[in-house]
Every structure is written in C-alpha cells, then in structure tokens.
Design a protein around this ligand. Structure first.
Ligand code: UGA
Length: 449
C-alpha cells in the first residue's frame, strides 16, 4: 500500500520505517528540513535501537521523506504522528496536530479527483498521536475545514456509503516503549483499530496484514474514541500500578521490610502478574507523566476528578523527596559533592524528559550540594536542563570524593560497582532502583527495602 506518515518524531519515524519494512511504500512528511534530509540520507533523526538499520535499508527505496503534503493524495492512507505538547494544566496543546490535520484535508481537496484514492475517491486519515477522546471532535473539524466541506464522518453518524464517507478519521494508538519500539512494533501485544466505517477497517487490516499474519497479536476493533481511551487507560493503569507498588513499598520501608520480596510473591497471582512491580523513585519519560496528566485534565473538563489517578501522580511526585530524605538521614550534603547515578528516565534510552533525576538534582541543589551526574548515554540531554552541574565520564569518576550517591536509573552497569564505592569521601549510597549489588562496607539504603 501507499502510506503517508506526517511527523517524524519517535513515533512517526518508527512507524514509517517499520511500515516500509513490512513492504509498503511510505512517504514521511516533516516540516523540519534537517529531519527530511537525515531520513533521505538513510539515518534516523532520533535514537531508537534498530531504527537506523531499518531507515538505512529502505531510504530512497520504499521510504522517502519530504516537507510537502503533496504526497498525501497519492497514498491510500495518512497517519498523523504529530507532537502534542502539554499545557501547564496537563491538557494537550493540539495546535500543531490540528494544523497538520487541516493541511491533510487541504492536500486532499487540491488533488485531482480520484488520483491516488480508491475507485470511490476515499482517503483514510489515521490519528496516531495520543489525544483524549473528546479532542477527536476538534480534529474532525480541522479535517473538514481543510477539505472545505463538512463531510468528515463523525463516529456516531457513520453509515451507509453516502458522500459523508469520502474521508474518514480513524485512530490507531501505539503501545511502543522507547528503547524497544522497533521490536515492539513487530511483536505487539495487541493492535487497536478505531473506526466504524467498514472500508476504513478493511484498509487498516490490509495495512497490518503482513504483521498480523506473522504474530498472534489480537486485533481490537472499536470506534475511534474508544481506541484512544484504550491507550490512555493502558498507560494510566501501568502508571497507577507502579505508584501503588511505590506506595506499598514506602509502607514496607517504614516497617523495615523488603518491598521486592513482597512484590515477588504478589506477582505470582496471575490477576496481578509479575511485570511492572519494581518499586523505586517512580515513573518518568514522555508518556506516563504526560498521558496521566492529560486524561486527568480531560476528565476534569468533563466534570469528573479522578481520585486514583490524582493519587498516582501524587505518589510519583513524592518518591524523589523520599530518596532525598533518606540521604538527609545520613549526611548533611551542603557544600559536599554528591553523585547522581543515572540521568535517563529509564535504562536503554537517552531520553531525560520527566526523568526522576530532574527533581533529585533540584533537591540536591536546594540543599547546597555540588552535584555530579553520570549516565552512559543521557548526559548531553541533561546538560541542556542543568548546564552548570558537573558531568562525569563514568560512574567511578562521579563517585570519587563524593559524600553520598543517589541511584536514579537502573542501568545494568551499576550492578557491577564495587571498589569504586570505596573511593567516596563518605560512602552513603541511596538506591532508588535496586540497582547496586554491593552492600557491605558502605552505608546502603534502598528506597523501599
Ligand atoms: C510507555 C508504555 O509502556 C508503552 O506501552 C507506551 O506505548 C508508551 O509509554 C507511550 O505511551 O508511548 P515508555 O514510557 O517508553 O512506554 O517506558 P516504560 O518502559 O513503560 O517505563 C515508564 C517508566 O516507568 C520508567 O520511568 C520506568 O523506570 C518506570 N517503571 C517501569 C518503574 O518504575 N517500575 C516498573 O516496574 C516498570
């Protein structure tokens, strides 16, 4: 099939390259010329394991990039994978996505009738960006305004093959994790199609057929709004699961118990499962914090304040303070060198967005500490946020002469730290991820154990 993907960020690039790899002809559209050039030169504009290889394999062949929306009418469907930044109240800023949606409509209108569309002159626009269900109304309006018509089907009044079916807005949320996005795409837990139009569903099924044929992934077929709610509920559930584990973990710590021993046992209950039970300094990244805040904001807007989701955020915000509080119990860090081990929001990525390292560093600076950070790949990103703290080339350098070390990201290499810990001025290690194995001869505190 001929596919257009608008937006070449983490999601769009992974999608475009993976669809090309499935055998489709893909055009990636991005307003940033550097991004377009990078893609056409055969490299990925973002860091994601395996993505460079996919782009290199297909660039110039089944994958081409452009800044122009002209490719849209010549494709069977268009994915919108545009960023939706958060407003200060957690709600989403839809301006860029709505603008891209409108431009997609305009591109379809300007094209000669029938060109690139099927015999019935239909085109499918698929929202990949995560937006709250009520926001789809705004996107339908943007598309209709671009088309210069009011013929974009609303989910409710979809129907019977009249002119209103010419352009359909569907949703197809993604469940990719940063760091494993390429393999997650190829081997999903589920594929969710949000459309009520039969022809649109057929088109999505054909698109994914090479993938669904080779995995056992169940296909969930639903309406566009429900599909987006599935994405939010999925992320909110996982974020709340970790927050609940962290809340229970804090209780364990107060009782002098080991939360990991407790969670290992409850994970044996298959209604709970052993995954996402690692307690510690909390969740970060670009998805959980943003998605939980966005669904809370959208729900409040609709008149319901979701108590459990609020609590999930509150527990998460509190975990870095608990970590710092444990350090305070052992040392006064004013004017002392303190190492922060791990700056990325999780191992395997250089992404520092909403990393728990940010409130931890802020807390240390408030205490007057001299902060030295270390991360195997995320230093450059954190330097943009904190240009004035010191960054070490390796963990050993960060630890040398430090009074206290805080472990924020569970990079595997931290498990091997041993003699390096003896080079500290005062070997007080507060572990927020249960990453350190050496416990003897140092002061060691686990956040929830
Ligand atoms: C998450 C979801 O897992 C994906 O399914 C979803 O597609 C994605 O958001 C998205 O919406 O785009 P991601 O943010 O890449 O993916 O990372 P996760 O591996 O889910 O980790 C999120 C945070 O939870 C990290 O800060 C991690 O350290 C923390 N975490 C995870 C824990 O604290 N404990 C755990 O047991 C698991």
């Amino acid at each position: 099939m001929h596919v257009t993907v608008v937006g070449s960020g983490y999601v769009g690039t992974t999608l475009a390259a993976s669809l090309a790899d499935l055998g489709h002809e893909v055009t990636a559209i991005d307003i940033d010329e550097t991004v377009v050039e990078t893609l056409n030169d055969g490299s990925a504009p973002i860091h994601e394991p395996g993505l460079d290889e996919l782009v290199a394999n297909h660039a110039g062949d089944r994958l081409t990039a452009t800044t122009s929306y002209e490719a849209i009418p010549n494709s069977d469907l268009t994915f919108l994978a545009i960023q939706t930044p958060s407003n200060s109240d957690g709600s989403l800023d839809l301006d860029a996505l709505a603008a891209a949606t409108e431009m997609t409509g305009e591109a379809l209108t300007n094209a000669p009738r029938g060109e690139g569309r099927d015999a019935d002159d239909r085109h499918l626009v698929v929202v990949k960006s995560t937006v709250a269900p009520p926001a789809l109304t705004e996107l339908r309006e943007a598309l209709a305004s671009g088309l210069g018509t009011h013929d974009v089907t609303a989910a409710a009044d979809d129907s019977d093959g009249n002119a209103a079916d010419r352009v359909e807005l569907a949703t197809n949320p993604e469940f990719l994790r940063e760091g494993t996005a390429v393999t997650d795409f190829r081997d999903p837990d589920k594929v969710v199609f949000g459309t009520e139009a039969g022809w649109a569903l057929d088109r999505l099924e054909s698109l994914y057929e090479p993938l669904t044929a080779e995995t056992d992934a169940p296909i969930v077929r639903t309406d566009p709004e429900t599909a987006m709610m599935i994405k939010y509920a999925n992320n909110a559930f996982l974020a709340a699961k970790i927050s609940l584990v962290n809340d229970l973990g804090n209780v364990c710590k107060e009782f002098g118990l080991d939360a990991y021993e407790v969670m290992e046992a409850i994970g044996l209950d298959d209604r709970i499962s052993e995954r996402f039970l690692r307690s510690g300094v909390g969740w970060g990244g670009s998805c959980f914090p943003k998605d939980v805040s966005a669904i809370i904001a959208a729900s409040r807007e609709a008149g319901y304040d979701p108590a459990l989701l609020n609590a999930a955020v509150e527990v998460n915000d509190h975990q870095p303070d608990r970590l710092l509080g444990l350090l305070d119990d052992h040392v006064d860090v004013a004017d002392k060198r303190v190492a922060v081990l791990g700056l990325a929001f999780k191992p395997g990525t250089d992404d520092t967005r909403n990393s728990r390292a940010i409130p931890v560093i802020e807390g240390l600076l408030d205490r007057g500490a001299e902060v030295v950070g270390y991360d195997p790949v995320a230093t450059a990103n954190m330097r943009e946020r904190f240009p004035d703290i010191e960054y070490a080339a390796d963990a050993a350098e960060a630890l040398t002469g430090a009074t206290g070390a805080l472990v924020v990201t569970d990079w595997d290499e931290f498990a091997a730290l041993d003699e390096e810990l003896e080079t500290m001025a005062e070997p007080v290690v507060i572990d927020g991820r249960r990453a350190i194995t050496r416990r003897e001869g140092i002061v060691y505190e686990g956040l929830t154990w």
